[in-house]
Design a protein around this ligand. Structure first.
Ligand SMILES: Nc1ncnc2c1ncn2[C@@H]1O[C@H](COP(=O)(O)OP(=O)(O)OP(=O)(O)O)[C@@H](O)[C@H]1O
Length: 346
């Protein structure tokens, strides 16, 4: 990343919600000291499971929510207090769009463009994003993916310096997703700071210059995709063996740190980190069982492998690190499981 002043700096960000009636009126802490930087000319991604705290972090970074601790600097200002001083320089695409249902996309984009001194040409933006096909249909009649494209256009029409995109590919078909990705890369190349959230590994891996993985309202890892997927040389590659033989699971392989994934077609895959010891364990096991694999490969570790490892080996959807993100806050600021009662509240 460049050494110039970042577009966005977040340090030690804390956010509490409540009081929550279901928790006897206690507050819940959802952000526990999040830190991040977003540079101009880069796509910075907040990657996390549902409920990790991505949207809350973005809302604080945009000045929509007041932090309960820590600092946020957006274009050199505290966004919560700066108001109009920075609003025209920031584009925001919210989850669920927040679009007025009875307005038509063309009218909406012309209206939003009219609020800025040097906006994009709404017609050109609509053509680029394929909105012209439904430019005169009321927003409430549009599909989720069509609304998503209108929301993106509304975020970009003012020619912002920083753009916040919350789950930008949600609901898009593959072609629209490709168009949106190309546009995001172009904006990045034109020098904009792009901050996006996603829980989709593929989006993060394809788009990001720098990734912050957050879980339970905390930073758990950060780096470029290359750094995150390869900074541990011994864990940089994933070992995969495919064989056509009925097999469910194997304790011997499990003990060696390898997992067996059967599929419907009677094949199975043995997956693990490609250390020499694992390779030796697998080949010895194959020999003992008289199985000749149809494929044996060592692949680069993907962002998903890193993420699942950090999230405790469960699926990306709903993976946790052991404590729920909205667990109550104890007096010392530590999260506690929901079943336990803290002695006090904040
Ligand atoms: N107003 C609120 N009151 C209480 N809890 C809230 C409130 N807003 C968010 N939360 C909780 O804060 C946590 C973080 O929510 P947030 O929307 O930031 O997560 P996220 O990572 O963006 O998730 P998703 O991918 O599902 O959008 C969640 O547990 C959520 O239930």
């Amino acid at each position: 990343m460049s050494s110039s002043t970042p577009a966005l700096t977040v340090d030690g960000l804390r956010k509490d919600f409540g009081p929550v009636a279901a928790l006897d009126g206690r507050m819940v802490r959802v952000l526990h000291g999040i830190g991040l930087r977003a540079e101009f000319g880069a796509v910075t991604t907040l990657l996390g499971t549902n409920g990790a705290g991505k949207s809350t972090t973005l809302a604080c970074a945009q000045g929509l929510l007041k932090p309960d601790g820590g600092t946020v600097s957006l274009l050199g200002h505290d966004p919560y207090r700066a108001g109009s001083a920075i609003r025209s320089r920031v584009g925001v695409m919210l989850q669920d769009g927040g679009l007025p249902p009875s307005v038509r996309p063309a009218a909406l984009l012309r209206h939003v463009a009219g609020m800025f001194r040097a906006p994009e040409d709404p017609a050109a933006l609509m053509a680029r994003l394929g909105i012209d096909e439904f430019a005169h249909t009321p927003i409430r009649r549009l599909s989720g993916g069509q609304k998503q494209r209108v929301a993106l256009a509304a975020a970009l029409v003012g020619r912002p310096e920083v753009v916040f995109l919350d789950e930008p590919s949600a609901g898009l078909d593959p072609q629209s997703r490709q168009t949106v990705f190309e546009l995001i890369r172009e904006l990045r190349d034109a020098g904009l700071a792009i901050v996006l959230t996603t829980h989709l590994m593929d989006d993060a891996q394809r788009l990001s210059d720098y990734v912050y993985i957050i879980s339970g309202g905390r930073n758990v890892a950060e780096g470029t995709v290359a750094e995150l997927t390869s900074h541990e040389p011994t864990e940089a590659r994933v070992l995969e063996v495919v064989a056509e033989a009925p097999l469910a699971a194997d304790a011997e392989l499990g003990a060696a740190g390898l997992t067996v994934h059967p599929d419907d077609g009677g094949r199975f895959r043995i997956v693990g980190i490609s250390t020499p010891a694992h390779l030796a364990a697998v080949t010895a096991w194959l020999e003992r069982h008289g199985v000749l694999p149809t494929a044996l490969s060592m692949q680069p570790r993907s962002l998903e492998d890193v993420f699942l490892h950090l999230a405790g080996g469960s699926g990306a959807e709903g993976a946790t690190t052991g404590l729920e993100p909205d667990a109550p806050v104890d007096p010392a600021g530590r999260r506690t499981p929901l079943v336990q009662r803290p002695n006090g509240t904040e």
